[in-house]
Design a protein around this ligand. Structure first.
Ligand SMILES: O=C(O)CCC(=O)C(=O)O
Ligand SMILES: [Fe+2]
Length: 365
């Protein structure tokens, strides 16, 4: 086996480049080779041995075909497993989801092709803020962040209206098909979660306006990083929607926080990775946990992840489902999803606080 590439860290400070000047970390990494990374990418990363690898095999797996079974007991068991996964982990893998391997492969290949387009060709999609329907950029939020992240992204609003770049050819078509299939899987999971909370299966869809809900289709690319122990691909965060469904290539990097420890996610072949997001924690009045996650890097392979955030309707007031409040006190304020999303954008650089903390009601006394 070839020895791992080594990096000679010179005594002089590496350059402090700004992500806005870099423009694309993929292009930068291609030309930078094994040179030290700019110090502006140094994240304060907890020691890697803080990763609880013994927990990786305990990540819940939901067999989607059992959830959709006509057999009442099989369905009920799957619902109860799903409810437990959302409560204990806020995170699970979905197998037998019915989306063909061929479609998933096509989406992945086109995602790679997009990021491989010359920088000049992607300029027209440059990020113009969180509500822009098509936005391409690098890092997390270069204008405001203190530390940059080793990632390029493409983000599209694909519901209620479908927006997508016109290149590379064929991407838009497969992405449309994929985004609709993901919405259908998200809807069925939401119905199962609703039942697990003791509600009618359509209760969560109805109270979140899911029929005209927001969907954000993201395509992340993390190039190999010569000093992966110094930087992150994405900082620890929770997602703003209801349920995020993510598909990735075979390269690991996603970590989730469980019982105070980071756990590496090693996805089963062709599965979807699901995480509970903030709005689901709020509508379930805290029964489902929005999970903290981040992306770490490696020095050999390019990682691609394709998370689709499935959220409520943007103009809908979201708070604990009224049926739940017949028996319990609300633990979260009710706030319009649009305003929540805005709030999340504004406070995302406050390391100790997430947007959920802003809407949590203190019921201690
Ligand atoms: O790349 C990953 O695995 C995580 C991506 C993610 O969390 C996000 O885009 O919100
Ligand atoms: Fe995320």
């Amino acid at each position: 086996m070839a020895p791992p590439p080594t990096v000679s860290v010179s005594s002089s400070e590496p350059p402090k480049l700004h992500a806005s000047d870099i423009g694309s970390i993929k292009a930068f990494a291609d030309s930078n080779g094994l040179s030290p990374i700019p110090s502006s990418y140094y994240s304060i990363v907890e020691a890697r041995d803080d990763v609880a690898d013994h927990l990786a095999s305990s990540i819940p797996v939901i067999d989607f075909s059992l959830l959709t079974s006509d057999h009442p007991q099989i369905h009920a068991d799957a619902v109860s497993q799903l409810g437990k996964a959302c409560a204990d982990w806020g995170f699970f893998m979905v197998t037998n989801h019915g989306i063909s391997e061929k479609l998933m492969e096509e989406v992945m290949n086109k995602a790679h092709e997009f990021h491989n387009l010359p920088v000049e060709e992607k300029k027209e999609f440059g990020d113009k803020g969180p509500w822009a329907p098509i936005r391409h950029g690098t890092s997390f939020f270069p204008q405001a962040e203190k530390v940059h992240f080793w990632r390029d992204y493409l983000k599209l609003i694909t519901s209620p209206q479908f927006n997508f770049p016109h290149k590379p050819p064929g991407f838009k078509e497969v992405a449309y098909d994929y985004s609709r299939k993901i919405r259908a899987v998200a809807r069925t999971l939401l119905q199962g979660i609703s039942e697990s909370l003791g509600l009618e299966s359509k209760a969560l869809e109805d109270c979140t306006g899911f029929d005209s809900g927001l969907q954000v289709f993201a395509v992340n690319l993390y190039p190999p990083c010569p000093q992966p122990e110094l930087a992150l691909g994405m900082p620890p965060h929770t997602d703003h929607g209801l349920l995020t469904l993510l598909y990735q290539n075979e390269i690991g990097g996603l970590q989730v926080k469980h019982d105070g420890k980071w756990v590496n996610v090693n996805p089963l072949p062709n599965c979807l990775i699901a995480n509970v997001a903030d709005q689901l924690e709020a509508v379930s009045n805290g029964k489902c946990k929005s999970i903290l996650h981040r992306a770490v890097l490696n020095n050999r392979n390019t990682r691609i992840s394709i998370p689709l955030v499935n959220g409520p309707e943007v103009e809908k007031e979201i708070g604990p489902a009224s049926e739940l409040l017949e028996k319990e006190e609300p633990l979260y304020k009710t706030i319009k999803y649009r305003d929540y999303f805005q709030l999340q954008q504004e406070i995302r650089f406050n390391a100790d606080k997430g947007a959920l903390d802003e809407i949590r009601l203190n019921r201690q006394n």
